[in-house]
Design a protein. Structure first.
Length: 325
């Protein structure tokens, strides 16, 4: 009976034969690690790109989005806990689809991208990699929505087939990661830098939770780190918390908190700071950082206005707006 150490994420689970890692889906079968969810998605939807959320990557397009069961984090406020905190065999509904079937289905649905999302696609790494490579061969792009708790070597390899990511930066505080997510901060920061180094278009989401990570000084520190390590043009989505799962004792984030946080992040030097999960807020939209022209207006996931030039520039001052347009 031989144990196997999983080298995919910083948990570095030592897995006895026949058992699974902390993510519930990476299993030691005869001394070899296998993901039991390969080819077995539990959720498939066609979503607007804005729902990932990606605001600077093919805006207004449809993205074929899928997930399997399992996750390497255990966030107390998980929105998808029925998917993430179970193994594949515990799901009522499991589809069967090999990578070629997924890519064909995406094309049938008129999607130019696939998104690996909802649960953390890190734990179905091989399924992502095979599907994403096929998608590239067909001229489609790949979106990876993740908490970025992954080791550098496997991430670097996966980046070869990824085009964009929305990655969580859950708090700029290691203690928060340990208490709320069952993870640590440093590997996440390293992964974000890796995405940038590998040329994957990167947007960040910070879910602002009342009393837990809404400290303005911390948000400023986080914004300064993003400016220094990832660049001032990295979009940051400050997202509204709703009570979920094991965190029902806290109220939804007040809109005013999000607006104040947005101001602080912009003052720290970030050019594109958004407010998420608040319908109709001016923080849903993209403005020219040089002259304030409204470039892309949004209400929720719907684009209400798009003034970007065909070259992705501000129509008023010709400032190039970073993104994949
Ligand atoms: Zn402008």
């Amino acid at each position: 009976m031989s144990t196997v150490t999983c080298e995919l994420c910083p948990h570095a689970c030592v897995i006895p034969e026949g058992a699974a890692g902390d993510c519930r889906v990476r299993v030691n079968l005869g001394g070899r690690l296998r993901a039991t969810t390969y080819g077995r998605p539990s959720a498939i939807h066609v979503d607007p790109m804005e729902k990932k959320p990606l605001y600077h990557f093919h805006p207004g397009s449809s993205v074929f989005s899928l997930a399997t069961a399992g996750c390497n984090l255990h966030c107390l406020n998980c929105q998808n806990w029925q998917l993430s905190q179970r193994g594949g065999e515990e799901m009522e509904e499991v589809y069967r689809a090999d990578p070629a079937e997924l890519v064909a289905a995406a094309q049938r649905e008129g999607c130019r991208s696939l998104a690996y999302t909802y649960s953390d696609p890190i734990v179905w790494y091989e399924y992502v990699e095979d599907t994403a490579a096929l998608a590239h061969a067909q001229g489609l792009t790949n979106v990876f929505v993740t908490a970025a708790y992954i080791n550098r070597a496997p991430l670097r390899r996966l980046c070869r087939v990824l085009d964009a990511t929305n990655a969580d930066l859950k708090a700029f505080d290691d203690g928060f990661y340990r208490r709320v997510n069952g993870a640590t901060l440093k590997p996440v920061l390293d992964a974000l830098v890796t995405f940038r180094e590998e040329g994957v278009w990167t947007e960040l989401t910070n879910l602002v939770i009342p009393t837990l990570n809404d400290d303005l000084a911390m948000i400023r520190r986080m914004a300064r780190w993003i400016v220094a390590e990832l660049g001032a043009d990295t979009p940051l989505h400050l997202s509204r918390f709703h009570p979920e799962y094991r965190m029902r004792n806290l109220p939804p984030t007040p809109t005013e908190t999000l607006r104040t946080a947005r101001s602080a992040a912009r003052e720290a030097g970030l050019n594109y700071v958004y407010i998420g999960n608040v319908m109709g807020d001016e923080g849903n939209s993209t403005y020219c950082p040089r002259d304030g022209t409204l470039l892309i207006g949004r209400s929720g996931f719907v684009i209400t206005h798009n003034a970007l030039t065909a070259q992705g520039r501000c129509p008023t001052c010709d400032e190039p707006i970073p993104g994949v347009w």
